[in-house]
Design a protein. Structure first.
Length: 186
């Protein structure tokens, strides 16, 4: 009999990520991941001691994926701030299960928007705001906060099927929010 192929930690993580991406965080279980891999639950649990450890790894993978997806790439006709906001909104529309995992669970129940803005990963985005708007870090924080709240509202509506994605309309709403934020700074 040929040896069974070894199920690696990365294989388990990739299968779990795809499961959550397609079916939502509530579908994540050792059995469901094992079924995707065509193996027993033993290799899943050998690579992750608990399902909670697997959930944490999937969450981190989703967070990293989200960060890569929303960062402006300098393409298109949008300014970088509008592109950042639009990428965030588009993520809610295109990846509703991941959006709900990241932003509509109790993972950050004890954190405020200001806590999010203080996160080191957000520093890249604040630098982008400073450069694009020619403003101070404090002004960039206020502008980013307004952009985040506006984009998050639209993305939440999209991820929960309460709004249809219309790129032009979303772009106009984001641009309006940014114009308001910038005029408030002046």
């Amino acid at each position: 009999m040929p040896p069974r192929p070894k199920v690696t930690r990365q294989m388990v993580l990739d299968a779990a990520f795809q499961l959550v991406r397609e079916e939502g965080a509530e579908a994540l279980s050792a059995r469901a991941v094992a079924a995707r891999l065509g193996c027993s639950t033993q290799p899943v649990m050998r690579n992750f001691a608990t399902v909670e450890a697997l959930r944490e790894a999937v969450y981190q993978m989703a967070d990293d994926y989200h960060t890569r997806r929303i960062m402006p790439r300098g393409r298109g006709s949008h300014d970088p701030l509008t592109e950042l906001g639009l990428n965030y909104v588009r993520f809610g529309a295109e990846e509703p299960q991941l959006f709900r995992l990241l932003f509509q669970t109790n993972k950050f129940g004890d954190h405020s928007v200001d806590d999010l803005i203080a996160d080191p990963q957000v520093g890249q985005m604040l630098a982008l705001v400073e450069d694009a708007a020619g403003c101070t870090r404090d002004q960039a924080r206020r502008t980013f906060k307004l952009l985040f709240v506006t984009a998050h509202g639209m993305a939440s509506l999209l991820a929960n099927n309460a709004m249809a994605y219309d790129e032009q309309e979303c772009t106009q709403m984001l641009a309006g929010a940014l114009t308001g934020a910038m005029s408030e700074e002046g």
